[in-house]
Design a protein around this ligand. Sequence first.
Ligand code: AMP
Ligand code: ZN
Ligand code: FE
Ligand code: FE
Length: 283
Amino acid sequence: MSSSTSKIDLHCHTTASDGIKSPTDLIEYAKSVGISTIAITDHDTISGIDEALKAGKRYNVQVIPGIEFSIDYHQGSFHLLGLFIDHTYKPLIEKVEYLAKCRETRSERIVDDLIKHNITISNKEIQKEANGGSIGRPHIARVLIKQGYAKDMKEVFSNFLIKGKPGYIKKEKIQLADAFSLIEKAGGISILAHPISLEYSDSNEFDLFLNKLIKLGLNGIEVYASMHCEKDIEIYSQFTKKYDLLMTGGSDFHGDKGETLGYYCENKLIPATLQNPLKNFFR
Ligand code: AMP
Ligand code: ZN
Ligand code: FE
Ligand code: FE
């Protein structure tokens, strides 16, 4: 399939973290909707990659092994994607195992806090929902919906699990330099995910921040993201040109937030040409 006729998606979640499709189901689904290249970027985990790579071979979909790290940072929400990583790299495995344990402890503390607010859900229900995957707030959100505490994800994330609301507990996150180093040593490239979530108020501030990241080894920016409006896309695309960075795009597919695989927004296709400069990274 040529890149002009196929679709790509470079940011997707599976049941290895908080997506609703297993790696195999996601790849099968990707094939059925015309995706030729897909990156598996679960939150702080690589446990879905083996299965996704196998499914990729079976369904003839090019699978990019990846991860989405939540970075410890004083402002906004800082997510760093690692693409083309060697998911058998020991120090990376050790780090994600540690982060998964932290997520479990945090989930228990979230439940304790919800109970204090008379929202009586249990750790058992959450574990059942996560089904062995790395626990994230969406798992807890789904239990809250099932129990009738909210009608959908949007309502959950307005009333619970966020700063100042019942069930908010800060997450233990990886340090910035550590994340860059692990991605690089695992042979991957690092991409700043949906930069708008960093909440920089102006382009100059973002420029300074970006310079710091470039010194640490940043390779690219996720320009096409569901959180970005057309103007954001223009701005971040200019930054990739200014600093000769790679440009990527993804739907951030989880499966229950109204996302469409291959599209960064409704009816807005992720340009398949973004994968051309990535060709050399495929193993
Ligand atoms: P966690 O890594 O456990 O803090 O969970 C983060 C995930 O929660 C994100 O990747 C989203 O999938 C989900 N999330 C966070 N905020 C919202 C929101 N306002 N609406 C829907 N999903 C959200
Ligand atoms: Zn998520
Ligand atoms: Fe993210
Ligand atoms: Fe994501």
